[in-house]
Design a protein around this ligand. Structure first.
Ligand SMILES: Nc1ncnc2c1ncn2[C@@H]1O[C@H](COP(=O)(O)OP(=O)(O)OP(=O)(O)O)[C@@H](O)[C@H]1O
Ligand SMILES: [Mg+2]
Length: 257
């Protein structure tokens, strides 16, 4: 279970960043008063355009960023006060965190397994399952730096799941993957959902949000502007499909749009 309660995240901008963004303001509101809940046995899709605040939201949930305002509970644990308990309960995947390029997938998997306090046998059993699901066995001993983008992503996904966590937080998990590999990832996320895990996935791809999510939250300019099942979002916006609903919301909530 993930409970995000009135989350606001404001970044302080460096002088360089202010210049880059051509702004006189020294802060950026990346997430603006967002509340949402993702439940066990559910895939919650966080859908939003570039810069909407998806990664920032998920990084707050994963305890890597401290909320400016609001609070987050994961399996009942507070993301700030009980950070280590939250980290034990989650798998977190994001493009910004890379596996060490000098080590192999096999090494990283075992390393993180031990870090989570698993026995060698538990690690081996888990490795057999996940490396088979994601087709990693063929390249498990190669250095990460020698792998293709897709292979790296598959390795990162397997490593993130080593400890069989209750909550799965994946930021754009299929980015850079071909459709066959992307499908193996989304199929596995559905399998985890069916096992009763709580899954939250961010995406800017309409078709992915549509096919994968049990419920969708649309985030634009740091604000949650719509939420519901695919059907509800389409109906509430008097739209023909999700893309149509998204553009209606986008023109309403994006000041420059
Ligand atoms: N460390 C930072 N310092 C200052 N501003 C930041 C920082 N990280 C993100 N931002 C800004 O916060 C906003 C939200 O960024 P975020 O990365 O959460 O968006 P996103 O929805 O994940 O976008 P994308 O689809 O491009 O990954 C953007 O305007 C971004 O420029
Ligand atoms: Mg992002």
């Amino acid at each position: 279970m993930i409970q995000i309660n009135e989350l606001t995240k404001i970044y302080k901008l460096s002088a360089k960043k202010m210049q880059e963004l051509k702004t006189k303001q020294n802060t950026k509101i990346a997430v603006n008063n967002v509340s949402l809940e993702a439940k066990p046995g559910e895939i919650y899709g966080l859908l939003g355009p570039n810069g909407a605040g998806k990664t920032t939201t998920l990084r707050c949930v994963a305890t890597l960023l401290k909320p400016t305002k609001g609070d987050i509970k994961v399996c009942g644990f507070d993301s700030v006060k009980e950070g280590s308990k939250v980290r034990d309960s989650i798998a977190f995947l994001t493009n910004e965190i890379k596996l060490d390029p000098n080590f192999s997938a096999d090494y990283m998997f075992k390393f993180f397994g031990r870090l989570h306090g698993m026995s060698e046998q538990q690690i081996l059993d888990r490795q057999k399952e996940l490396f088979t699901v994601f087709g990693i066995n063929d390249f498990k001993d190669k250095k990460i730096e020698e792998l293709s983008t897709g292979m790296k992503q598959k390795a990162a996904i397997a490593v993130s799941l080593v400890h069989d966590p209750k909550v799965v937080i994946f930021d754009e998990p299929t980015s850079g993957l071909d459709i066959v590999t992307a499908r193996s990832v989304t199929d596995y996320l559905k399998y985890l959902r069916d096992q009763g895990k709580t899954v939250i996935v961010s995406t800017h791809i309409m078709s992915e949000a549509e096919k994968l999510s049990d419920r969708i939250g649309v985030i634009i300019n740091g604000q949650k502007v719509a939420e519901g099942t695919l059907k509800e979002i389409i109906q509430n916006n008097e739209a023909t499909d999700l893309e149509d609903a998204f553009f209606k919301l986008y023109s309403k909530y994006n000041p420059e749009g």
